[in-house]
Structures are given as structure tokens and as C-alpha cells.
Design a protein around this ligand. Structure first.
Ligand code: HEC
Ligand code: HEC
Length: 289
């Protein structure tokens, strides 16, 4: 073979001496750097297969001498996160509601938990942004029917309003129309007086008559000036913020039926840490009282 080596005339490169049908092969070896990389990757691949899991076997796979497993890594990380959560949960359970705000980390934990529990349990009635709907109060404003302190809000959430719980918040506005306690004219006048509390009355004579009815029938709950009473869940009628609408027809309807909206109790349905988180979250929405 070597005897057939020669220098190719056209390229000036030595041939290997192989010829096929008169075609000669030039002696052009692979570049050194390429070969080195090629051999290096073979060595690396063998090393990888020894160290890491690589080959399927009949009943599993080769584990590799380092025993590495992504699943183990992930579950280790999850364990870590769970442990951190458990620490926070335990701390939140022990910390009195009013003192949570003194610990920024705990407060953040409670806020995140509260927001998520709110989205699941409360948003269907109060709206995703807690903005409320007719009959379901807005929890973002600073107007609270049953009181806006942390303790008030916690109590509302725990026991509900007109709920089945023994300790539920409850007070029932009489059904002045349905039960025939007031005549339609008296109801009209009382409604006109209620409108006057937010400076929207149009019939001053009716307002004057309604003022008397209000003092006799309504002031015991809504207060002599209509400012409401959180002890009785009687809304403030002077702020022009309405649970059931502020048009005259809405107000007449409220007087006729007494409304009686209900909110379920959450005591026993959610765990104590979640309930605490909810109270803190809702309190933060409404301009803290
Ligand atoms: C089935 C509907 C419903 C669900 C679910 C619900 N609520 Fe309510 N919520 C109401 C109604 C209705 C009222 C107003 C009751 C009333 O006083 O007439 C209310 C009132 C409140 C109040 C008192 C507002 C005030 O001005 O004093 C708070 C606080 C509150 N809800 C928080 C929550 C939280 C937190 C959740 C979730 C754990 C929740 N609610 C779930 C219907 C609901
Ligand atoms: C026993 C207490 C009580 C008495 C008496 C009472 N109310 Fe109420 N009133 C309430 C309560 C509680 C609510 C809230 C009802 C609800 O949340 O479903 C309410 C709601 C209302 C509302 C609806 C407010 C809104 O934001 O939409 C109006 C209007 C109103 N009352 C007017 C009157 C008038 C007028 C009278 C007298 C004729 C009267 N109330 C007597 C307790 C009372």
C-alpha cells in the first residue's frame, strides 16, 4: 500500500495510496482539536454513566455511584418548604390576633394565607376583589355594618350573620310592610326621611312626617340620627353607602321586607390558623379600625 503513496498533482497533498476505479484518496486526517473533543466526550459519557442514573434495567435503572435522583431533590425541597410553613403556622396559632402585626414575617404569612382562603371561600359572595354585590357588602371600604376592628371582623367570620351557629350575629329588622306594621304611606314617608339623611329628599312634607315614624320605629336600631349601630348590625343610613341600593324603590323595599341577609359561619369549617389569617386579611382591606 505505502508503495502507492504519491503527491497529488492538483492539490499538492499526499494521497493515502487507496484507489478505487482510478479515484485516489487524499490523506487529510481530522483536525487534532476535533479528535481531542471527540475522545473527551466519550470519556465524559462513560464517567456520566458511572456516576449518574443512566441505563434502564429489567426492574428499574442503574442508580449511578452518586445515587442522584431528581425526585429525591424535589421532595427534599418540598419537605423544607413544609417545615418552614409548619413553623409559621405554629407561630400564628400561638400569637394573639392583635399582636400578629408586630411580626412582619408572620403578618406576611397571614396575609398570603388569608388572600388565598378568601379567593376560595368568600369571593363567590363578596367578589374576587372583595368589592361586594347588592346584598353582599363591600369589604374594601371603611364602612362596617358589624364593626371593623380585628376582633369584630374575626367574630363575624367565625360565627356568621343570621347563620345556623349558636353564637351567630343576629338582629332582624322588622318586616314593616309584609307584616303590616306600617301603612304604605308611612313607609313612603319613612323612605323619604331616609333619603333626606343623604340629602336626596324631594318631598319636604313627607320628610317631616317620616321623621316622626323614624324616631318611633327605626331609631332604636339605626340611631336617632340614622348613623347606625354595629352592635345590632343596623347600617349607617347617612353615608350614602348601601347594601341593598340607595334608590327610593330600594329603600322602600328594605323597609317592607327587612331584608335579613345571611352569611355562613366558618368556625369549624376552616382551621383556626386560616380563620385568623382571614380576619387579618379582611381587616387590612378596609382601612383598619
Ligand atoms: C353565602 C354568601 C357569603 C359568603 C360565602 C361569605 N359571606 Fe361574608 N357576608 C355575606 C352577607 C350577606 C353579609 C352581610 C350580612 C348582613 O349584615 O346583612 C356578609 C358580611 C360579611 C362581613 C361583615 C361586613 C360588615 O360591614 O360588617 C364580613 C367581615 C364578611 N362578610 C367576611 C366574609 C369572609 C371573610 C368570608 C369567607 C370566609 C365570607 N364573608 C363569606 C355573605 C357571605
Ligand atoms: C330591630 C332593628 C331595626 C329596626 C327597628 C329597623 N332596622 Fe333597618 N335595618 C336593620 C338591620 C339589621 C339592617 C340590615 C339588614 C340586612 O343586612 O339584611 C337594616 C337595614 C335597613 C336598610 C337597608 C340599608 C342598606 O344599606 O341597604 C334601610 C333603608 C333601613 N334598614 C331602614 C329602616 C327604617 C326606615 C326603619 C324604621 C321604619 C328601620 N330600618 C328599622 C335593623 C333595624
Amino acid at each position: 500500500m505505502s508503495d502507492k503513496r504519491e503527491i497529488d498533482e492538483v492539490t499538492g497533498v499526499e494521497t493515502t495510496g487507496h484507489t478505487w476505479d482510478g479515484i485516489k484518496e487524499l490523506n487529510k486526517p481530522l483536525p487534532k482539536w476535533w479528535l481531542m473533543t471527540f475522545y473527551a466526550s466519550i470519556v465524559w459519557a462513560i464517567g456520566y454513566m458511572i456516576v449518574y442514573p443512566a441505563w434502564p434495567t429489567l426492574n428499574g435503572y442503574t442508580k449511578g455511584i452518586w445515587g442522584y435522583s431528581q425526585r429525591a431533590t424535589v421532595s427534599e425541597e418540598l419537605q423544607g418548604a413544609k417545615a418552614a410553613q409548619a413553623t409559621f403556622r405554629a407561630a400564628l396559632e400561638k400569637t394573639p390576633l392583635a399582636e400578629v402585626k408586630n411580626n412582619p414575617d408572620l403578618l406576611r404569612f397571614a396575609m398570603v394565607g388569608g388572600a388565598s382562603a378568601f379567593a376560595t371561600n368568600c369571593a363567590p359572595c363578596h367578589g374576587r376583589g372583595a368589592q361586594g354585590f347588592a346584598g353582599y357588602p363591600n369589604l374594601n371600604d371603611d364602612a362596617w355594618i358589624w364593626g371593623g376592628s380585628l376582633a369584630d371582623i374575626e367574630k363575624t367570620i367565625l360565627y356568621g350573620i343570621r347563620s345556623a351557629h349558636n353564637e351567630t350575629r343576629r338582629s332582624d329588622m322588622p318586616k314593616f310592610g309584609t307584616d303590616g306594621m306600617l301603612t304604605p304611606d308611612q313607609i313612603n314617608d319613612a323612605a323619604e326621611f331616609v333619603l333626606s339623611l343623604s340629602k336626596r329628599a324631594t318631598d319636604q312634607a313627607a320628610v317631616a312626617r317620616g321623621a316622626k315614624t323614624f324616631a318611633d320605629q327605626c331609631a332604636s336600631c339605626h340611631g336617632p340620627e340614622g348613623k347606625g349601630n354595629p352592635e345590632l348590625g343596623a347600617p349607617n343610613l347617612t353615608a350614602d353607602i348601601w347594601l341593598y341600593g340607595g334608590k327610593k324603590t330600594d329603600i322602600v323595599q328594605s323597609i317592607v321586607t327587612g331584608r335579613g341577609g345571611a352569611m355562613p359561619a366558618w368556625d369549624g369549617r376552616l382551621d383556626p390558623v386560616t380563620l385568623k389569617s382571614l380576619a387579618i386579611y379582611v381587616h387590612s382591606l378596609g382601612g383598619g379600625k
